[in-house]
Design a protein around this ligand. Structure first.
Ligand SMILES: Cc1cc2nc3c(=O)[nH]c(=O)nc-3n(C[C@H](O)[C@H](O)[C@H](O)COP(=O)(O)OP(=O)(O)OC[C@H]3O[C@@H](n4cnc5c(N)ncnc54)[C@H](O)[C@@H]3O)c2cc1C
Length: 320
């Protein structure tokens, strides 16, 4: 279904009330054009700051009460069909430097995990190989404490630079960030700017072979070519989400154009023109089925953001 909803574009438009910046504002941006799921309504305004000072000035001078949402590469986001009101902050190139230091790597939060793992390989640094298997940016990875194949962000992080909602920069150690499984305890309106990672030297062949192993495992086990958002639900204590979903008979189930992946049943996929609503409803139906079958409550790992859109015709009610 086409997203034709739009926030105001008159004189009262939000963009006219925002502080002057050196970066770029864009209005009514169709999120479905670039989210990993290829769904989602309009972002009212997207702000791409020119640099750290620009971002700080924006937050300090923003009088407008409308919400601010920071996004990374959207690989863990389900943006709802009614779009995202307020300002969406997207950090770009000025926040993506990668600098090898003696035993560490300093990395801007907009750098992609894949770029960081390649840069680590070029500088003969180990410990960051697992980043090659996780789509997204360093900022998103810190927020999610993303991890795979036995390593998580918290295992390699020394400290992170982070901006509070008033534009002040803080440097917090890994302990101060309060990481848990796929979570970080810092308020969701704080913005990661950069990270300092442990990165000891190692033999390049060792690093290469770890990256290659991860690549092969992922091809084998994840629907990486699909429009998806990664693991839909976090693993409940003592369980694997995919096993619970499998046991509840949900592998391959569809709702409209949304489907539970046959390859990895903790992945929701958009098989074509799914709406965010179909994907979210399918996820919720799976949660109900799993609860009925096993008594275990699944929690969403994918972040669902934005407004739901009212559809005239409700045709997404039953699982097929
Ligand atoms: C095919 C596929 C495979 C995946 N495999 C894995 C896996 O193996 N392990 C795993 O852990 N995840 C996996 N994921 C999920 C996802 O890649 C990770 O959660 C990733 O870290 C999200 O990063 P992102 O930049 O895309 O963040 P987004 O999806 O854009 O955002 C995720 C969250 O981070 C916040 N955020 C983003 N940037 C910042 C910032 N600079 N400061 C503060 N908050 C920020 C957002 O507000 C949001 O709450 C997979 C996803 C896909 C599509």
């Amino acid at each position: 279904m086409k997203n034709n909803n739009q926030f105001s574009s008159s004189d009262s438009a939000l963009i006219a009330r925002l502080p002057t910046v050196r970066g770029r504002y864009s209005e009514n941006v169709d999120m479905s054009l670039f989210t990993w799921f290829r769904v989602g309504g309009m972002a009212e305004v997207i702000f791409r700051p020119a640099d750290l000072e620009d971002l700080s000035g924006f937050l300090e001078n923003k009088k407008e009460k409308s919400p601010v949402t920071v996004i990374g590469a959207t690989s863990n986001l389900l943006v709802r069909d009614g779009g995202i009101p307020g300002v969406v902050i997207r950090l770009g190139k000025p926040f993506s430097n990668i600098v090898p230091l003696q035993k560490s790597l300093r990395v801007g939060s907009a750098a992609l995990n894949s770029q960081v793992s390649r840069a680590a390989l070029r500088a003969d640094r180990t410990g960051l190989e697992f980043l090659s298997g996780i789509p997204g940016t360093i900022g998103g990875g810190l927020r999610m404490n993303a991890g795979s194949y036995g390593s998580e962000f918290k295992d390699i992080l020394i400290e992170a630079e982070i901006m509070d909602p008033f534009g002040n920069v803080h440097v917090l150690s890994v302990d101060e960030l309060g990481f848990k499984y796929r979570q970080c305890s810092i308020d969701s309106n704080w913005i990661f700017l950069s990270a300092l990672f442990k990165a000891p030297l190692a033999e390049p062949d060792e690093i290469k072979s770890k990256i290659e192993n991860i690549r092969l495992k992922r091809i084998d086990s994840q629907p990486i070519k699909e429009k998806t958002g990664g693991s839909t639900f976090s693993n409940p204590q003592g369980h694997k989400a995919w096993q619970l979903i499998e046991a509840a008979g949900c592998r391959g189930k569809r709702l409209g154009a949304a489907m539970i992946s046959k390859k990895h049943c903790n992945f929701l996929i958009n098989t074509g023109k799914a709406t965010a609503r179909e994907l979210e409803e399918l996820g919720n139906l799976v949660r109900c089925r799993v609860f009925d079958n096993s008594g275990v409550k699944l929690d969403w790992e994918i972040k669902r953001i934005g407004l739901t859109k009212k559809f005239h015709q409700l045709d997404a009610g039953t699982l097929k």
